[in-house]
Structure formats: structure tokens, C-alpha cells
Design a protein around this ligand. Structure first.
Ligand code: G3P
Ligand code: MG
Length: 248
């Protein structure tokens, strides 16, 4: 790779930022409709090991269901309403299967950062299934997705299942041994919480040849500052204030 970040620089967080219910097909469509070339979404496994788009381990915040995602089968999850909590206009918007989200991105030519978000205790299986599903769903179509996770175990399993798909390692605050961790997992990028990033760390990551993407940046002045530090990409909810060409 000639550049450490050959991906879009402004990424619609959870699909459509604050303009659609997070992690739904409607959100991905919204991000695309607003001109974004890249979206991020979260992938977790159901009780029958099917990958779906959802952020929390529990259903209550973003659906009309109750309980744990990891204890709920796909056929039950598919009947839930993941849109009404956000706005009545999105009533009955389902929790999407990862396959459906991947197919939508591929058909729109939209790049995706697939954040592998394992429920506690399901790290390896989530990494393996998410990577296998991504491999099959994209089937070589470009742009290829970037797999990322806070879980090293999930990324290790993803590497075994789909070694050719690029990987990014997430940290809240960047630890002292970040380089060794990225090398061990053969990652192309580091993703971290923008609020906890220091300028000298940003420089060290870039100097080491890794891509650097940071969440969640909703203030244009802060976005500008971070790009000035050499940050490659930001995840944003404010698709209105920080447009797809903000970093151009
Ligand atoms: O992938 C970056 C970002 O989405 C990580 O935070 O909690 O929004 O998934 P979260
Ligand atoms: Mg995420």
C-alpha cells in the first residue's frame, strides 16, 4: 500500500450519523444519499451465530426488544423495530443482517469499515464469522471493507478466516505498546478516541506507516485540528457540518 490510508477520510458513523437510526440499512442509505463515500457500522453475533448490525450488547436502547443480542436468535431479531426509538418515520426498520448491509454497500459502491463488536465471551467466534461473511459478501468487489475491533482476539480470528482483508485495531486511549499490538495482528491502521489522542502520538503512528482514524468528531474546528496533526480519517455523526469533502 503506497499510502497508509487509501480509504475515505470522512466516515459516516454508524451509517448515517445523527440523521437515521444507527446501524440500519436506512442509515447506510442516508450516509450515501448525503454524498459520503464511507460508512462505519458495528457487527455482533446473534444466539445462532448470525452477524447483525447493532452497537449495544442489549436490545433496549435501539430496538423494541428486550434482553441480550447474544441470547436472541436471528428470526426474533429480524422482527424487531430498530427505527421507532429514533423517529416514527423509521418505524419497523429492522436490525439488518450483516449480509444485507454488505450487499447494500457493494451495490452502492460504498466503502465500509466493519467494526467487529463481540459480546463479552464471543470474541473469537464474532471475529471469525464477521470476516468469513465479509469475504463472501464482497466476493472481491471493490472497495474492499476494512475490519476493525477493540478486541485483539476478534481480530486474530478475523485474520485467520480472511487474511487478505485489511484490519484496524481500536483503542480508547492509545497504550504505550500500540506498535507491538498492531504488528502482532498485521494491522494497517489504528483507530482511537479523538478526545484522548495527543499530537505526538498521532505523529508517531503516522511516522510508523500506519493509518490513523479517530472517533467521534462532531466539531468542524476539532476535525480541522486533527487533520492538521496528520490524522487520516474521522468518524462523524454531524454529516451536515462535516461533509464528505471536508478533508479534501
Ligand atoms: O469504529 C469507531 C467507533 O464506532 C467506535 O466507537 O462505540 O461508536 O462503536 P462506537
Ligand atoms: Mg462503532
Amino acid at each position: 500500500m503506497s499510502t497508509p490510508w487509501p480509504f475515505p477520510r470522512i466516515i459516516a458513523h454508524r451509517g448515517g450519523g445523527r440523521f437515521a437510526p444507527e446501524n440500519t440499512l436506512a442509515a447506510i442509505r442516508k450516509g450515501h444519499a448525503l454524498g459520503f463515500r464511507g460508512v462505519e457500522f458495528d457487527v455482533m453475533l446473534t444466539s445462532d451465530a448470525r452477524p447483525v448490525l447493532i452497537h449495544d450488547e442489549t436490545l433496549e436502547r435501539t430496538t423494541d426488544g428486550r434482553g441480550n443480542v447474544a441470547e436472541t436468535p436471528l428470526d426474533v431479531l429480524a422482527t424487531l423495530d430498530a427505527g421507532s426509538w429514533f423517529d416514527a418515520a423509521f418505524k419497523a426498520e429492522p436490525v439488518p443482517a450483516f449480509e444485507a448491509a454488505a450487499a447494500l454497500c457493494a451495490s452502492l459502491g460504498l466503502w465500509a469499515n466493519v467494526e467487529i463488536k463481540p459480546a463479552t465471551g464471543h470474541e473469537q467466534e464474532t471475529g471469525r464469522v464477521a470476516a468469513m461473511t465479509a469475504l463472501t459478501a464482497w466476493n472481491g468487489a471493490v472497495p474492499q471493507p476494512l475490519l476493525s475491533s477493540l478486541s485483539a482476539a476478534a481480530l486474530r480470528a478475523a485474520r485467520s478466516a480472511a487474511p487478505a482483508l485489511p484490519r484496524g485495531l481500536l483503542f480508547d486511549a492509545v497504550p504505550a505498546d500500540w506498535l507491538a499490538q498492531l504488528q502482532a495482528l498485521e494491522c494497517v491502521s489504528l483507530h482511537c478516541n479523538a478526545a484522548r489522542l495527543e499530537q505526538r502520538t498521532a505523529r508517531a503512528i503516522r511516522d510508523a506507516g500506519y493509518g490513523l482514524a479517530v472517533w467521534t468528531v462532531n466539531d468542524p474546528a476539532m476535525a480541522k485540528r486533527l487533520f492538521g496533526w496528520g490524522v487520516d480519517a474521522i468518524f462523524t455523526d454531524r454529516l451536515d457540518l462535516i461533509g464528505p469533502d471536508f478533508a479534501a
